[in-house]
Design a binder for this molecule. Structure first.
Ligand code: Z5A
Length: 229
């Protein structure tokens, strides 16, 4: 893991009075973001920065129940509109109960997926109305926008292959959850959607090449974190 630079310690000295930074990690399935959230957490720890690692959907009792319902109750038929509203409900609870209080206490929050995932998956992937999703995102997050979003861009075949072997290692089964089970075209639309978002908001979304090795990607993530003030 990379050692913190001197400038980081100088910035930390200024942080104690401020709110924490909200940083989200995004990308298609298997892009490596969960691995990078964990490494980034260790890096912040080594820098002496208070931080919280969390993920969507989930992070609260209600959110975990919604997660199970959306992703794992694959025999329950779910309309795309219901799926959208369930992800939004999980987010509202997560922001209210966990994310905002942590940021207000000065902790940095590193979140594995947030509102951009809803635009990419339910908007570009499922084809639901993008304006409506943006309004719902604002409503469910009470207009909370990440200070920085790191997008791990990975070809769909690579991501799905990694995700399937991870699932097989963890569960001994090749079958993924409701969204993992979608076809290649769906995941390609999601990837294209993320890239479109990065074009629209280049100051917030930083693209990192998710095909590089884990340490090289971690080093780029650290550079992004170091650049925050
Ligand atoms: N979803 C949605 O539709 N709408 C929403 O609003 C929200 C979510 C919030 C959550 O699934 C699903 O919900 C997700 C989107 C949808 N579904 N899909 N697709 P999840 O939380 O169960 O999982 P995930 O977020 O999709 O991905 P993941 O399983 O956590 O994987 P990952 O974060 O992309 O990658 P990883 O776990 O870090 O790495 C996967 C494997 O690759 C693992 O074995 C690593 O060791 C390996 N890896 C990681 N990096 C590398 C590199 N650089 N090289 C080689 N191998 C690597």
């Amino acid at each position: 893991m990379r050692a913190p630079p001197l400038i980081f310690y100088l910035k930390v000295a200024n942080l104690s009075q401020n709110k924490g930074y909200f940083i989200t990690f995004e990308g298609i399935e298997g892009c490596g973001k969960t691995t990078q959230v964990a490494l980034a957490g260790k890096y912040l720890g080594a820098c002496g920065i208070p931080h919280l690692l969390t993920a969507e959907p989930g992070g609260t009792v209600l959110g975990e129940q919604i997660r199970r319902l959306i992703l794992h109750e694959t025999k329950v038929r779910m309309a795309p509109e219901s799926e959208l509203l369930l992800f939004s409900a999980a987010r509202a609870q997560h922001v209210e109960e966990i994310i905002r209080p942590s940021l207000e206490s000065g902790s940095w929050v590193l979140c594995d997926r947030f509102s951009d995932a809803t635009i990419a998956y339910q908007g570009y992937g499922r084809g639901l109305d993008l304006d409506l999703i943006c309004r719902l995102n604002r409503f469910s997050s009470r207009a909370l926008v990440p200070d920085l979003t790191i997008l791990f861009d990975t070809p769909v075949q690579t991501g799905l292959q990694r995700a399937r072997s991870k699932t097989a290692n963890l569960t001994g089964c090749l079958q993924g959850d409701r969204i993992e089970g979608e076809d290649l075209h769906f995941h390609q639309r999601v990837r294209d959607g993320y890239l479109r978002l990065a074009e629209q908001e280049p100051a917030r979304l930083r693209i990192v090449d998710g095909t590089k090795d884990i340490e090289a990607i971690h080093s780029e993530v650290c550079t992004c974190l170091d650049a925050l003030r």
